[in-house]
Structure formats: C-alpha cells, structure tokens
Design a protein around this ligand. Structure first.
Ligand code: KIV
Ligand code: ZN
Length: 393
C-alpha cells in the first residue's frame, strides 16, 4: 500500500478526458485536451485517463500527445477486452514516462446476457487472455469489472482473482450505473479484499457515477472499505448525471482529515482554475450552488450569515476560499442582507454616513432589493449619492 509519512495515500485518477468527454455535447479538441491535461499534471493528479485510443484517430492522437508531454502523472488509455483495443492503447501510452493500459469487461448478469451474450466462464477466460496481453505490453495494467455493483459477490471474487493472477496491478470496481449506496459499496470492497487470494498484490479503485447523487459519498465509502485510488472528473462531468467530482473528493479528504486520514497529492488551490477551464472547453456551465467551485460556494446574502462572517469567517465557512483558488468570500447585497453588512459595503465603497443618513440609506436599499433581483455596487453608490445630496451630509 502506498504511504506518505504516516498516512495512507489515496491516488487521484482523473477521467475528465475520457468518461467526462463521454457526456453528450462535451467533446473537446486536441488543443483543449492538451490544456486540461497540462493543468491536471501541474495540480498533482496521480493518473490522467487521457482517452479511448481505439475510438477514433483523434482520440489516439490526443492520448499519444498527452503521453509525450506528461511530466509526473501516469497517463492511462482505455481499452475494451479486445486485442485490437489493447494493442492500440499500448501504442498510444507507450510514449509516456509512465503509461497505463486500462482494460475492462462487464461482469453483471444483465450485461453478460444482453450486451455480451457470454457465459460467466467465457468472461473469465477473456479476462485472463486480455489482461495477459496488456501485461505483455506494459507493466502498469488496470482492470475494471464494469457494472461491478450489480454483480453477485461470488462471481465478482472469481473475476478479480483472475485479473490479479493475469497481472493486473490496479483493480477497479465501478458503480457504472450509480446504483450502490455507501454502505453497500464499502462492504463490497471489504469483502473482495478479504476473500480474494493475493488481493494485496493490487491497488483497489473506486469509480462512481452520480445517478442517485451518491457518487462522492460512495467513493469515500469505497476508500473506507480499502480502496486506495479514486476515479473522478472535474466538475463531476460524465455520462448521464456524471461521475464523482474531483474537487469535492479532494476537499472532503482535506477538510475532514479526522474522518478521512489519507494523503492526497492534488494541490487544492488549482481547483477553481481547473473547474473554469473544463467548463469552458466542454461547454458545460457549473451550477451556481455546486460544492467547492460554484459561483455561490463562498457567497453569503442573509443578514445573520453576513453578520457572522464579518465577525469570524468560521461561523459559516468550513473551508477558506483562497485554499481552492477563490480570491475571497463575497457578501452579496440583497434583500436578506443586514445593517452590519450594508455599513461594511459602504465603507468598502468609500462612504461613511452619519446615523440618520445611514438609517435612511439602508431603508432605501431594502426597498430597492425588494424590486431588483441583483443589487450591484453601482446601485448602492447611486442611492448613497442621492441620499447625501438630499440630506446634505
Ligand atoms: O463506468 C464504468 O464502468 C466505466 C468503465 C469503463 C471503467 O467508465
Ligand atoms: Zn464510468
């Protein structure tokens, strides 16, 4: 198991450029992918899944280019359990200082019946064959059991055992359809690690989709069950409701180190920049109330909260905005704002009013905020100038 100092290390595997790009409408150009990969590498992401090389010549080229330029991240490419996929992927990632082939096959009864039309034993043979082929090309091979969370545990154990025996160094057990709950997901990892011979030879990985809004909670639960790699995307971009959001995972580990005592190489001050870049290149806006990187994540409007924030930021903030690359908390002036925040805003704008003028300006500000959705600094300036000229202050 990887450790830093006295802490277990959790590896961050970013799949924005592969699973994230699979969101309808999110495809990126080569130039855009290179920009994202460079930032992920700079921010300390351990493994970057750069694409699916067999999918198109463009995908192959972007994985190869990212592999060539990588500085410290491992560069992974995805491959189905097909020789041609694995060979093409090996060809793309071999340019990296440290490359990885990530190959997968479905294991659940519903996928075996409708998608693959194969028996359990046939799939076991495919795992042995394809993982062996990948290992003949490269030392770092990840194997994923697609739809692991809907696979009976006995069979899942047999598939994991086969993959480790054939040389897989990372075993990923995805919640492909976002069906698991945190308790189930944690128990699945704990059971597999206890039951599969040689389980300690591989690093276990979580990969969670957000169909029930549980992707981040499930990822952290999987780590509690013994996984030490988390697959996630910037802004939670990904198929359907998306993947677990990298920024939420990194900040949960950092903010609640009492509960999640793990080392993590990602430098949080890059999170806001990464979110903006991925939003721009994927054309997916970030919801205002998105945890960590949403426009309102460090904004306060209510009088009670603003008053608390002006006295001590820890009253209503559990993270410091500058830690994630946001300049400062914003106290948004609106109809819920109180006198304390209003006075503070006037000071920031360069006004100091006497008690009566302040009282009247505050009353007029509240009337304005009732009529207007957004009250800007210019609105407040105009109102105060008017108040000064009528009151003669
Ligand atoms: O969700 C999933 O199962 C995947 C695999 C390809 C790892 O994305
Ligand atoms: Zn996925």
């Amino acid at each position: 198991m990887t450790t830093t100092g006295s802490k277990d290390q959790v590896l961050i595997f970013d799949t924005t450029l592969r699973d994230g790009e699979q969101s309808p409408g999110a495809s990126m150009t080569l130039e855009e992918k290179l920009q994202v990969a460079e930032l992920l590498d700079d921010m300390g992401v351990d493994i970057i899944e750069a694409g699916f090389p067999i999918a198109s010549n463009g995908d192959f080229e972007s994985v190869r280019e990212i592999a060539k330029r990588s500085k410290r991240s491992v560069i992974a490419g995805l491959a189905r359990a097909i020789h041609a996929d694995i060979d093409r992927c090996g060809e793309a990632v071999r340019h990296a200082e440290r490359g990885r082939i990530h190959t997968f096959v479905s294991t659940s009864p519903i996928h075996l019946k409708y998608q693959m039309n194969k028996t359990e034993d046939e799939v076991l043979a495919i795992i042995t064959d394809t993982v062996t082929r990948a290992r003949n090309l490269i030392d770092d091979v990840e194997w994923s059991a697609m739809d692991a969370t809907r696979t009976p545990i006995e069979y899942l154990c047999r598939t994991v055992e086969a993959a480790i025996k054939a040389g897989a160094t990372t075993i990923n057990l995805p919640d492909t359809v976002g069906y698991a709950t945190p308790d189930e997901y944690r128990d699945m990892f704990a059971q597999i690690r206890a039951r599969v011979p040689n389980a300690d030879k591989a690093i276990f990985s979580v990969h969670c989709h957000n169909d029930l809004g549980l992707a981040v909670a499930n990822s952290l639960a999987g780590v509690a069950g013994g996984a030490r790699q988390i697959e996630c995307t910037i802004n939670g971009l990904g198929e359907r409701a998306g993947n677990a959001a990298l920024e939420e995972i990194v900040m949960a580990i950092r903010t609640r180190s009492d509960i999640y005592p793990y080392g993590c190489n990602v430098e949080p001050k890059f999170l806001t920049r990464a979110s903006k870049l991925v939003s721009a290149v994927s054309n997916f806006p970030v919801q205002y109330n998105k945890a960590i990187v949403g426009k309102n994540a460090f904004a306060h409007e209510s009088g009670i909260h603003q008053d608390g924030m002006l006295k001590n930021a820890e009253t209503y903030e559990i993270m410091r905005p500058e830690d994630v690359g946001v300049k400062a908390t914003s106290l948004v002036m609106g109809k819920h704002s109180g006198r304390h925040a209003f006075k503070d805003k006037l000071k920031e704008l360069g006004y100091e009013l006497g008690d009566n003028a302040l009282q009247e300006a505050f009353r007029r500000f509240k009337d304005l905020a009732d009529r207007k959705k957004n009250v800007y600094d210019e609105d407040i300036e105009a109102l105060v100038e008017d108040e000064i000229s009528t009151s003669g202050e």
